[in-house]
Design a protein around this ligand. Structure first.
Ligand code: NAP
Length: 308
């Protein structure tokens, strides 16, 4: 059983929507304190920054870092160097170099570092991976569109360097694709649409291919109104597979084989518990590497200014 005293760093939308219910459902996980310059939770000791929280509560053994991405590295480094296990919300850093550095510090300290790709814990992902493992991939279509005003209300950081814009949700699609597709794949072309008053894209179109010649296309868009579209369709030499609703629904050859409510963060905390118990680290940078490639290799087009 998980038996751990936890501190939360950053008390924003994702903590309230997902971490708190998942922590409440994880036996043996005790939330001891939070760190956030302004926000706090009823009846949980609150500190303005992480160092103050760790000073006041040496009994904290692990922290979940849920701040905007450009703050991750300094906070995670400090927590690891003080011997704490660390769960990093996705994306695990603003740059690949930062994440490499954290892996080194976690190894040195002998503590768990977990780069948490929550979408990989969606109900249909494991079965999709298993089914695709034995097939030749011919074509993949990824459509990941949501309304930024609904999913990131008032979050100015998402439009700043490190905030990643539409890649903040798009990286979830890439975390699933890198998990379920049996071959590595490589960026061939990218077009990023950047509002004239922002530093990061509001929409992106990406084309990849794999060594066997599959074509892989992705469309990310923050301008969707109404319900989100979080779908991945795969054509193979032996039929097609669709993982839709963010991975909650799996269809194979047109037949629905799984449809479940999402409980991604319960799975995430269970994995964190397993990793801590077995003294392991899990940090897959593949999704972040694809985003870095898109920023490095993509064509940028200026779009009209975005105002929330
Ligand atoms: P958010 O609502 O902006 O929350 C971030 C919180 O961190 C805010 O309360 C912010 O306070 C606080 N913060 C800022 N500087 C801090 C510091 N130095 N120390 C401690 N706390 C600090 O953002 P979010 O949506 O929760 O996203 C956070 C992370 O979760 C992002 O990496 C995102 O990709 C990931 N995520 C988000 C979603 C989603 O649907 N929104 C889903 C999955 C994962 P101020 O507002 O006062 O600056």
């Amino acid at each position: 059983m998980f038996d751990i005293t936890l501190g939360l760093v950053g008390v924003g939308k994702i903590v309230r929507d997902q971490h708190l219910p998942a922590i409440a459902e994880t036996p043996g996980c005790r939330l001891r304190a939070t760190a956030d310059p302004h926000a706090s939770l009823a009846e949980v000791p609150a500190y303005a920054d992480m160092a103050a929280m760790l000073d006041a509560h040496p009994e904290i053994e692990a922290v979940a870092i849920c701040t905007p991405t450009d703050l991750r590295h300094a906070q995670a480094r400090l927590a690891l160097s003080r011997g704490k296990h660390v769960l990093l919300e996705k994306p695990p850093g603003a740059t690949l170099s930062e994440v490499e550095d954290l892996i080194g510090v976690a190894n040195q300290q002998g503590v768990t570092l977990f780069a948490a790709w929550h979408s990989r814990f969606a109900p249909g992902v494991a079965e999709a991976r298993q089914w695709l493992a034995e097939r030749r991939i011919e074509r993949v279509e990824i459509v990941w569109k949501e309304d930024v005003r609904v999913w990131h209300p008032g979050q100015a950081w998402i439009w700043q360097p490190g905030g990643m814009g539409v890649f903040d949700p798009g990286i979830n699609a890439l975390s699933i694709a890198t998990e379920i597709l049996p071959q590595p794949f490589f960026l061939r072309r990218a077009r990023l649409l950047v509002p004239s008053n922002c530093q990061t894209p509001i929409a992106a179109e990406l084309s990849f291919s794999d060594p066997e010649g599959a074509t892989i296309g992705a469309e990310f868009d923050f301008r969707q109104s109404g319900p989100p579209t979080w779908d991945i369709h795969v054509d193979t030499d032996a039929g097609s597979l669709s993982l839709t609703q963010g991975g909650c629904r799996l269809s194979i050859a047109g037949q629905r084989v799984r449809e479940e409510a999402e409980r991604e963060y319960v799975g995430l905390y269970a994995r964190f518990a397993e990793l801590i118990a077995s003294g392991r680290r899990e940090v897959d940078v593949a999704p972040l590497r694809h985003v870095a490639d898109a920023f490095m290799y993509g064509q940028r087009d200026a779009g009209e200014a975005f105002f929330e």
